[in-house]
Design a protein around this ligand. Sequence first.
Ligand code: NAP
Length: 271
Amino acid sequence: MLPWNSSMDSDKVIEMQPITNLTRRRSPRILILGGTSDARKLAEHLAGRPDLTVISSLAGRVNQPRLPEGIVRVGGFGGIAGLIAYLVDENIAVVVDATHPFAAKISRSAEVACNTLCVPLIALERPPWEPNEHDRWCTVPDVQAAVTMVNHKNNRVFLSIGRQELGAFSRCEGAWFLVRAIDEPADKMPAKSKLILQRGPFHLDDELQLFRNESISLIVSKNSGGTATYSKIEAARVLKIPVVMIDRPRKHSIQTLARADDVLNILAGLL
Ligand code: NAP
């Protein structure tokens, strides 16, 4: 776990940098709710600006996160009340929610907290993947629906949905699973399974080789969007493997922006 309010040099913690009242008064303070490559890019854009202070917040899910530039804090806020207290204590002028499309709880907290305090909230979310005419997708609303669909004894399932919801598949005793995650899952694995620990981006040739070597017959994926993990979808297309695609939760009642540039434009108007 990383220290709170620590200053990072792209990959490493280099020193503790307390957020002082002085820096607080000097420039508008932006909180980026992060954990995604979009959030990192946005922090990189903004960190160099002397007229702003940028704080990135990470959930702390992975052991060695890729750290954004600028000030970073790690760990939950303690629900809506905790986030409200944090925004007040840290004198945050704008919140940018650039969390993962499936991280719905923190987005809900952000919306309620920002509404309560009249702090502007900007939502940045990469667009979902769309199937083309060669894809064989079955879109399901959530992980539970995916569990019901895959549990047949002849299925050899490639499962890469992050490690947090893997436990839902532990009751699948029929199918065999190749599970890919960044860190060792805490949840019970499916009875018949093999685990590989890898972090993207992944490349098409490697995905093709993996699916062929393991005779994968079905893929379960979240519709995360972006390029880093899209090659598994391309490989499924090439090999004509069906995909059970888990749809995104609805995160915001406000408009969601797809590009960091759009966020920068809105920030320029707000600050
Ligand atoms: P979540 O369900 O929205 O959040 C659960 C709790 O984690 C939140 O209530 C909050 O705790 C804390 N949290 C989440 N994001 C945070 C952030 N950026 N800064 C500070 N605290 C944060 O999100 P999740 O548990 O991280 O993930 C849910 C789904 O998204 C999973 O399917 C996961 O695979 C996927 N996902 C998430 C991330 C990510 O970086 N969040 C990255 C990749 C995939 P408090 O209530 O205590 O504030």
